[in-house]
Design a protein around this ligand. Structure first.
Ligand code: ADP
Ligand code: MG
Length: 438
């Protein structure tokens, strides 16, 4: 058992807003040991940033205790550094000077400072840019300077608040690789990392624990172990399973869906008809709901707002429920945490969320299994039609297939070739270094 570094005991945080007190975090316990790389995920407003501020001592919780190496924390924790989404660099200083500032604050002598700053910039891949000014470099490079500065502090506990979310896909990927290398290679004295992330793939790729939070009030609902060896591949079935499990937890499910997953098509058992809607419209609905203030929305309002007929709207809400993006009750609709995550996510992350849900539906499960075992990984549309016709009316079958094609294409689960009328996948294609979903 590794040594405990940080312990949170029954941490609560209330804030006053509009004259009333509300609980942002309630009775939260967390134990961080040496060698932990923990990712914290959860919907916006569940208290992730608040938690990092409490951990680093920038904020005192309303109640509860923060122990660092067994001792109660009073004031800012000198052993912890918090890195924000966007680093504030001093615009009038060169990159090297920006790093030196951090060293100076630690009392490193001038001569050593210079050498160390150059080393650090080199390590994050900014060799040759020592004398550049922040305005001369890209956002990704600025973020790297921020990392170099955090490394200069050599914190025992490194806290990162969505460090990659403001970057373009490529810079984010490179920087993730850099951080992992530093961490796994033991090149930094950092004993533990706590990273807030909006990106489940990122969390699964990098960390060894994922703490899932929910809101109202902010609390931890799951603490998942990621015991995969590095380097990890996003196409490893075990990896996909772990990603899926995290999404399921965000969707409010703690137990796997036994009923839906197990029943192959063409066998007796529940098969769910896919509501005939497009992923485009479904995503629009999610975005629309996320933009409306308040938790619940009257369903009747939505049809005119979205310029849809009510029939289509009902199918949309059914699809949203089926995929656990939303729940409907008493004529109201509201987003689940997963739905909120989807609404906020980038295009690639959305596809990944869709994929993780579709794999649970019988039709997709059956289709993907068949594609994997069939020679050439191709299946004629007719085969799918025949399987579906055992259960439904031919007219309905056509609609089902069109919907499955639309959803599956969007989620990039398979390809459908309209000329040859075949479904196929390319399992040999190496998607490992295609990178993470942004
Ligand atoms: P997250 O980082 O998970 O999105 P935050 O920690 O930023 O969540 O916020 C949690 C909740 O507390 C939100 O509802 C937010 O509006 C509220 N909150 C955060 N900081 C303050 C503050 N200083 N004063 C009042 N409310 C706050
Ligand atoms: Mg935040």
């Amino acid at each position: 058992m590794n040594q405990s570094l940080l312990e949170l005991k029954e941490i609560s945080q209330s804030y006053e807003s509009g004259g009333r007190l509300f609980t942002a975090i309630q009775a939260l316990d967390l134990c961080v040991t040496e060698d932990n790389f923990i990712s914290i995920v959860g919907p916006t407003g569940c208290g992730k940033s608040t938690l990092l501020r409490i951990i680093t001592g920038l904020q005192k919780p309303s109640t509860g205790q923060v122990l660092y190496r067994g001792r109660a924390l009073t004031g800012v924790n000198p052993h912890a550094t918090l890195v924000f989404q966007t680093f504030a660099l001093f615009p009038w200083l060169t990159l090297q000077q920006n790093v030196e500032v951090a060293l100076e604050a630690r009392g490193v002598p001038t001569l050593t400072r210079e050498k160390r700053a150059i080393e650090l910039l080199d390590r994050v891949g900014l060799d040759g840019f020592e004398n550049a000014y922040p305005r001369e470099i890209s956002g990704g490079m600025r973020q790297k300077v921020g990392f170099a500065r955090a490394m200069a502090v050599e914190p025992e506990l490194l806290c990162l608040d969505e460090p990659f979310s403001a970057l373009d896909v490529l810079s984010a990927e490179l920087l993730r690789g850099d951080l992992l290398e530093l961490w796994l290679g033991g090149q930094i004295p950092t004993k533990a990392i706590l990273m807030v992330s909006h990106n489940i793939e990122e969390a699964t790729l990098m960390s060894d624990r994922i703490v899932v939070m929910q809101k109202d009030p902010g609390r931890i609902v799951a603490d998942l172990q990621i015991d995969l060896p590095h380097p990890r591949s996003a196409k490893d079935p075990k990896f996909i399973e772990l990603v899926d499990r995290t999404y399921a937890t965000l969707a409010g499910q703690t137990a796997p869906e036994h009923v839906e997953v197990g029943k192959p098509l063409g066998e007796p058992g529940p098969t769910r008809t896919l509501p005939d809607v497009t992923t485009n419209k479904l995503v629009s609905l999610m975005e629309h709901l996320a933009a409306i203030p308040g938790e619940r929305t009257d369903l009747y309002r939505l049809a005119p707002e979205l310029k849809l007929n009510s029939d289509y709207l009902l199918r949309l809400t059914e699809a949203a429920e089926m995929l656990r993006f939303a729940e409907v009750s008493h004529g109201d609709i509201f987003l689940t945490s997963l739905g909120e995550t989807l609404a906020e996510a980038s295009i690639l992350a959305r596809k990944e969320i869709f994929a993780s849900r579709l794999r649970r539906l019988p039709l997709f499960k059956w289709l993907l299994e068949r594609l994997h075992i069939t020679e050439g990984h191709r299946i004629d549309r007719e085969v799918v039609e025949a399987a579906l016709e055992e259960k439904s009316h031919p007219m309905e079958v056509e609609r089902q297939i069109e919907t499955a094609i639309n959803w599956g294409r969007y989620a990039e689960l398979f390809v459908y070739d309209d000329n040859t009328k075949t479904f196929y996948i390319e399992p040999s294609e190496d998607r490992a270094d295609e990178g993470l979903m942004e």
